[in-house]
Structures are given as C-alpha cells and as structure tokens.
Design a protein around this ligand. Structure first.
Ligand code: NAP
Ligand code: MG
Length: 403
C-alpha cells in the first residue's frame, strides 16, 4: 500500500510521562505505517520547556496560528513537587493556559461512546458536547474576608474619572465578599465559537445561565448570544436544520438528563468546569473524552481531556506492566487528520482519521480493552490488554481498512 499523503504539516506538541509513551507507540503503530506524516514537531515535555524557558510552548501556539491544526499530548503543569522532581528553573505556567491565551479559544469536550460501556443515564443515546467558556468569572475573581460590621460597595472608576457605585451589603458581623468580571469581547468570541461548532457538527446548540437572578451579569451573556445569533447565524442554522435554544441553567440540567443527547451545551466557565466532569463520568469514563480547542481565529487544537497518567508512568519506569487507555490520544490524532484533510481538500487523509476512530471503537466492541474499561464494561468475554497490546489490537483492525 502506498502511504497517504499530506500537504500542510500538523503542529505536533509532544508531552509528558505516560502519555508521551503512548504518543510514540501511536505514531509507530497507527500512523507512520499508513500516513506519510508531515508534522512540525514541538517538544512540550517538561525538560524541554524548562530548557527553552517555556518559549517552545509559545512557539507551538504561534505555529498553530500559522498552519491551523495542532495535536497535543498531555503535559505536566508544574507544582512544587515537580520543581524538585525535574529540577526546574521556574514554576512554568500551564501549557494549556499559555496556548489558550494565544489562540483565544473555547474548549469543546465530548464523550467517546462504545457499546458495552453504557451511560449511567438510560435515555442518553448520543454524545453531549460541552462548550466551556474559558475566561473570567470566579476563575479571575478577587475575594475578601469581612472581619466585622461595615459597608461593602461595588465601585467603578471610569478613565474619565466618573464614578459609579452600588451598595452590596451592610454587614452587621463577619462575612465574605467576592468581585468578578468578564469581557464583552471574550463572550463574543465564545458565542461565535459555539455557533460555528454547532454548524460544523450539525447539532443543536443549548446555552444556559441564571439571567433571572443575575439581571446584568448573566443577562449580558444571554443578550450577546442572542444578538450574534440573530445577526449572523439564524439563517445558517435554519438552512442546516438545527436550532439555538436558551434556557435557565437549572432548567437546562433537568432537560439534559431527560434528553437523548446529540447536542452542544454551551456553559459559562464554572458551569462548564463542573458539568464536564459530571458528563464524562456519567458517560462511563474520564479517559473516554475528546477535547478540542476551537479558536475564533479559525484554528484547531486537538488533545485528550485527561492528564499525563503519572501513577501509570511510575510503574512503567520500574518496568512493571501498565494498562493505560490510549483512546483519547488516538482520537486527538484522528480528529487532527480529519480536520487537516478537510482544510487541504485531501479526502483520503480525512478518511484515515475517521477509519482510525472506527478501528479503535471496533477493538473495544470486539472485547479487547484496557483495564479501566474492562472494570466497567457490560460485555462478556473481555480480554484485558496491556498498554501496548491494545494499540497493536487497534492496528489489526485498522489494517483491514487498508488491506
Ligand atoms: P490524570 O493523568 O488524568 O490521571 C488521574 C487518574 O485517572 C489516573 O491515575 C488513572 O487512574 C485515571 N486515568 C486518567 N487517564 C487515564 C488513561 N488514559 N488510562 C487509564 N487511566 C486513566 O490526572 P493526574 O494524575 O491528576 O495528573 C497527572 C499530570 O497531568 C499532572 O502533572 C497534571 O498537571 C497533568 N494534567 C495535564 C492535562 C493536560 O495536559 N491536558 C490535564 C490534566 C492534568 P488510576 O491510577 O486509578 O488507574
Ligand atoms: Mg474540573
């Protein structure tokens, strides 16, 4: 078989620990035998981030802006323990945060459904994709402990010196205070990313907030979404046969549970944080979740939603057998090939991405899976694979498409 050709390189962001091990196995077994891989390689492994004073992370994000599609391995976000472990010069920031700040995106997370790993919610037949706004609110808030009686006010001083004031509360005793913000530009970008992604997946878009209680803050989110929808997307949605639906967050939660799935749920930052873990777990497993950063600048970064699986890596380093699930990382590569093929008009490349996903799902549905899934599956006659065996099993299935 002649290998599938590419025209534009993928931006390849390598990472850390067990996922770095998976990365190489996936390339060796599932990609290089089939695709004449063109990639611009950036080593975001912690030692190289440290050597380059984290410049490599910035470079990889800029390359993504240049080429349009990136695939990222999970990376360590350093803390005090990692500074010791890797003898770091500095506590480098989260690479995802750095990349997000440059690409300015919205993160979409969707569960990977396989027969035999059943959602806990019986009505769910199709995946539910969470779109999480990744800026502001409580994640950029300032807080205060109120020691005792006194008056709290919200004060805004405009650049021209005009002062606006709102009383918050007359404290009679100790309490707590929090101030948070968001930006119309950031909410605009969030809305565009969600509407575009809904059109791309041809799925309905839901958005929810608490605008009845928060008549200025949350209401602004609602208004911005509605304005942008009416102005730029209403006709496109009608043509695509999909709908935009706004409701209150508590109503949304109730409807999500009763739904069949198959839609995108746009969430404010905090709601998205909480609801994505709830959804991933309710759909079966944290290691069966895809994640893609969609930027309003028209670029895409695919990754797994989980971390570097540190505990497994320490076992691997000691030469012990591991059974780490590579599905989310395989799907990140597959999604990147599908998108690169679509942008470059290379149907064979897109199809390879789709076949790679199919082969992976067929492997699990055929009874071969890693331990995390073997523990929760309803399937009979399960073979629990180690890390490498699973990837080799996917290869057997993939080869059938290219025999
Ligand atoms: P983690 O890597 O997601 O792993 C947490 C636990 O979840 C694992 O110990 C394992 O459970 C299970 N798990 C996760 N992925 C799995 C997989 N593919 N196959 C099988 N089991 C899986 O989170 P962490 O251990 O808290 O974090 C490790 C490092 O990852 C940290 O340094 C953190 O900074 C980084 N991180 C990176 C990203 C990213 O780059 N996107 C995201 C999150 C965290 P058992 O041990 O019980 O088998
Ligand atoms: Mg969370």
């Amino acid at each position: 078989m002649s290998k599938i050709q590419m025209t534009t390189p993928l931006v390849e962001m390598d990472g850390d620990e067990m996922t770095r091990v998976l990365w190489k196995m996936i390339k060796d077994e599932l990609i290089n035998p089939f695709v004449d891989l063109k990639s611009e390689y950036y080593d975001l492994g912690l030692p190289h981030r440290d050597e380059t004073n984290d410049q490599v992370t910035v470079d990889s994000a800029n390359a993504t802006l240049k080429y349009g599609v990136a695939v990222k391995c999970a990376t360590i976000t350093p803390n005090a323990a990692r500074i010791k472990e890797y003898n770091l010069h500095e506590m480098w920031k989260s690479p995802n945060g750095t990349i997000r700040a440059i690409l300015d995106g919205t993160v979409f997370r969707a569960p990977i459904l396989v027969k035999g790993v059943e959602p806990y919610v019986k009505t769910w037949k199709k995946p539910i994709t969470i779109a999480r706004h990744a800026y502001g609110d409580v994640y950029k808030s300032v807080e205060m402990k109120v020691p005792g009686p006194g008056k709290a006010e919200l004060v805004f001083t405009a650049d021209d010196g005009t002062v606006s004031r709102e009383p918050i509360h007359e404290f009679k005793g100790p309490g707590i205070l929090q101030g948070m913000h968001n930006l119309n530009d950031s909410i605009d970008n969030f809305a565009h990313a969600c509407f575009n992604y809904a059109l791309e997946l041809k799925q309905d878009l839901w958005f929810a907030s608490k605008d009845t209680i928060s008549k200025k803050y949350d209401h602004t989110f609602k208004d911005i979404f509605q304005d942008i929808y009416d102005r730029e997307y209403k006709e496109k949605f009608e043509q695509a046969g999909i709908t935009y639906f706004y409701t209150l967050i508590d109503d949304a939660v109730a409807r999500v549970i009763r739904s069949e799935g198959g839609f995108i749920w746009a969430c404010k930052n905090y709601d998205g944080d909480v609801m994505s873990d709830m959804l991933a777990t309710a759909f079966g497993s944290l290691s069966m979740m895809t994640s893609v950063l969609v930027s309003p600048k028209g670029v895409y970064e695919y990754e797994a939603a989980h971390g570097t699986v540190q505990r497994h890596y320490y076992k691997y380093q000691k030469g012990e057998e591991t059974s780490t699930n590579s599905i989310a990382t395989i799907f990140a590569w597959a999604g990147a090939f599908e998108k690169r093929g679509e942008l470059d008009n290379l149907p064979e490349l897109s199809k390879f991405g789709t076949n790679l996903k199919k082969a992976t799902i067929e492997t699990v549905e055929g009874g071969e899976m890693t331990k995390d899934l073997a523990l929760i599956t309803t399937a009979k006659n399960v073979k629990t694979c180690n890390t490498e065996e699973f990837i080799k099993a996917v290869r057997r299935h993939l080869e059938k498409y290219y025999a």
